[in-house]
Structures are given as C-alpha cells and as structure tokens.
Design a protein around this ligand. Structure first.
Ligand SMILES: Cc1cc2nc3c(=O)[nH]c(=O)nc-3n(C[C@H](O)[C@H](O)[C@H](O)COP(=O)(O)OP(=O)(O)OC[C@H]3O[C@@H](n4cnc5c(N)ncnc54)[C@H](O)[C@@H]3O)c2cc1C
Ligand code: SF4
Length: 334
C-alpha cells in the first residue's frame, strides 16, 4: 500500500492566512485543493512538502460572480462538476463546460477544482510512477535524476501540460488572479502563465496562490469548442487536446485561436493556423488547409502514452473536428 509521507496540515480560514502560511514556509508548503493530483504525487515522492495548506475552509475561493464590466470571475475552489454544470458557463463558454466535464471521472470532478486543474503538475510516463519504479530507472531530470528518458541527451524536462481547462481558458483570453502576502494581488493573462519547463511549468511563485480565474465577456459572434483524444471515454488524461475559439462575422472567420495541449510543458498556441483563416469562410477547403498547417507545427513526444505517429496523425483530425463543432454549435451568449 502507498502511504502519505509525514507533513503538517494547516487549514486557514481566509486568503490572507493562506498566503501568510505560504510565505512562512516558502518552497516547503504545498496547497491542497481537491487533492486528486497532489496526494498521489506526494505518495509517489514526485512532490514533497513539510506543510500542506488545505484551501477547503477559505470561503472567498468558492465565489462565482460577474464583474461590473461583464467578465465572469470563477473562484479557484469551484469544483469541476459545478463548473461543467453551471448554467452561465454553459451559455457563455460552452467549450469550458465541455472541458471540465471531460476531466477524469465523476468522483474526480466532484473533488477536483478549477484552481487545481489550472495549476496541475506536468505529466510524463517516466515520472508518474512509484518511487521504486523511478529509482530502478535512475530517476530523471524532473526529480532526483540527471537525464531525460524522452529526449536522450536533453537538458530540459519536456513533461506535458495535461490539464483540460488550460487550452480552453487560453483561447478565451482568461486571466488569473494571483495573491502573495508580500506583493499583494496581481492579474496575469493565462497565455503568460505556462512556461516551457516540465519540471515546473508555471509563472506561479512558491509564495503565491491562485485566487480566481477571470474570463472576458464573449464578443458578439463567438464560437468555441474543445476536443480531447484519450484511450477511453472516461478517466484518462488527454493524449492530445484541441481548443478553438473564433468569431463569425457575416460567415467569415475572425480572430481564430487554436491551442493544442498534452504535447509539451505548455499549451501551444498555433498562431500561423489562426492567421491563415482571417476573413475567410470556414468551408471544407479551409478546414483541410488549417488541419495541414496544424499538423506541420505539432510534434508529439514519448512523454505521454500513445503512439507518437498516431497522435500526430490525429492533430488535423481533431483540429477539424473542433472547428466544425464550434461552427455548427450555437453562439456564446453574454
Ligand atoms: C485517475 C485520474 C485521472 C485524471 N484525469 C485527468 C484528466 O483527464 N484531465 C485533467 O485535466 N486532469 C486529470 N486528472 C488530474 C486531476 O484530477 C485534475 O486535474 C483536477 O482538476 C486537479 O484538481 P484538484 O483540486 O484535485 O487539485 P490538487 O490535487 O489539490 O492540486 C493540484 C496542484 O495544484 C496546486 N493548487 C491547487 N489549488 C491551487 C491554488 N488555488 N493556487 C495555487 N496552486 C494550487 C496544488 O498545490 C497541486 O500542485 C486525473 C487524476 C486522476 C487521479
Ligand atoms: S520529460 Fe524527461 S525529465 Fe521530464 S519527466 Fe519525462 S523523462 Fe523525466
């Protein structure tokens, strides 16, 4: 049986208290939301902590509200189940509701939170294993070792961002409200939050916590969709995920954003694909062109399970499926 290591458990009742604990134990404290990823990682020795700070008693983190400007603010402790079924989220941001509803299985979505999903650790077939297994392999760059087993001779960990909500939030232009005791609150676009380092892929300082996610009011004519490739239609992490968002203006495409994830440490925005579609009708010719352009830009690695050639072949298929689903679905209504 895998046991949790020893740590101190703190249960702050306010944001200030939580931030103070992170500051006091800088680098040695871990935040606990639903625990669906952190607890297995602590058991496997992939993450270590002297102090675990549970966020379950901080009421502000459950807040869902519309700001004066019409943006939607979603508290970090909102469960994925609540996010997937929220009527306003379904109406305004259907792709987000779909993505939240595709995370893991029903029990994980009841426990798992938006904040935990946004801040999810990267994953790799060589790290998400027991300590015994990793020790037998000589560990790796991400934890305790000096080599990467995915990119031989590689100097940087390429473990994959595998969180379903991140690509969608990126296409929607979301921002994150981050809090620390010493520096107060800062708001960072999610497009700048993930960095290309599988060891730690976030611009989140060790003394900071994610308070909420801010999503702008949908622009008129916004269409969005999310598609996820996984071995089974339940529980599994993505082998590839595609989020798209664009506006249809008199049947032509404006501002297409295509974000692909589960390939590398950060979700990848396919800017060239977006640019190709500007001002053109989304017909079958354009869909084929965009699918081929996406294929050229994506190079799956053996960090995630599933054959890399197959995953690459699925890039145009999933990009086209996502674009068709967005085009044929209803508009995001304010
Ligand atoms: C069998 C299985 C299948 C899964 N499948 C999927 C899947 O398909 N897609 C997917 O996206 N995920 C999947 N997961 C991972 C996980 O269940 C979800 O990502 C979930 O949303 C994590 O949320 P949580 O609240 O449980 O996070 P936790 O486990 O509590 O935390 C995750 C990380 O985020 C940090 N964190 C949590 N809250 C905050 C905050 N407010 N501020 C800063 N840091 C914070 C924690 O310190 C930790 O590092 C799966 C997990 C399992 C066990
Ligand atoms: S990508 Fe390489 S360094 Fe990173 S977890 Fe996988 S094997 Fe380890």
């Amino acid at each position: 049986m895998l046991r949790l290591p020893r740590f101190r458990h703190e249960t702050p009742a306010s944001l200030e208290e939580a931030a103070a604990l992170l500051s006091e134990h800088k680098g040695r404290a871990r935040l606990l939301a639903g625990g669906t990823d952190l607890l297995p990682n602590l058991k496997h020795g992939i993450e270590e902590a002297d102090v675990v700070v549970s966020l379950g008693r901080v009421p502000e983190l459950n807040r869902v509200r519309e700001t004066e400007g019409g943006d939607l603010e979603l508290g970090a402790m909102l469960s994925l189940e609540a996010l997937a079924s929220d009527a306003l989220v379904r109406k305004r941001y259907p792709a987000l509701s779909v993505a939240a509803g595709l995370v893991a299985g029903p029990h994980h979505r009841r426990m798992g939170t938006l904040g935990g999903n946004v801040c999810l650790n990267t994953r790799c077939v060589y790290i998400n294993q027991t300590h015994f297994w990793r020790e037998a392999l000589g560990y790796c760059l991400k934890k305790d070792g000096e080599a990467c087993h995915v990119v031989k001779g590689g100097k940087r960990c390429v473990a994959a961002a595998s969180n379903d909500t991140a690509p969608v939030l990126t296409t929607l232009g979301a921002s994150l409200r981050l809090r620390s005791q010493s520096r107060g609150v800062r708001v960072l676009p999610i497009a700048d939050f993930y960095v290309q380092d599988g060891v730690y892929n976030k611009a989140l300082e060790p003394d900071e916590l994610l308070e909420s996610v801010l999503i702008p009011m949908p622009q008129p004519g916004l269409h969005s969709a999310y598609k996820k490739l996984r071995p089974r239609d339940s529980i599994d992490f993505p082998r590839l995920s595609v989020a798209v968002a664009f506006r249809l203006e008199s049947d032509v495409v404006r501002d297409l954003r295509v974000v692909i994830s589960a390939l590398a440490a950060r979700p990848l925005m396919l800017k060239k694909v977006g640019d190709l579609s500007e001002g053109r009708p989304l017909n079958d010719d354009l869909l084929d062109e965009l699918g081929s352009a996406a294929f050229k830009q994506c190079h799956p690695l053996t960090n995630v399970d599933g054959d890399t050639t197959y995953r690459r072949d699925m890039v145009p298929v999933y990009v086209k499926r996502a674009l068709r689903a967005a085009r044929d679905s209803g508009l995001s209504m304010p």
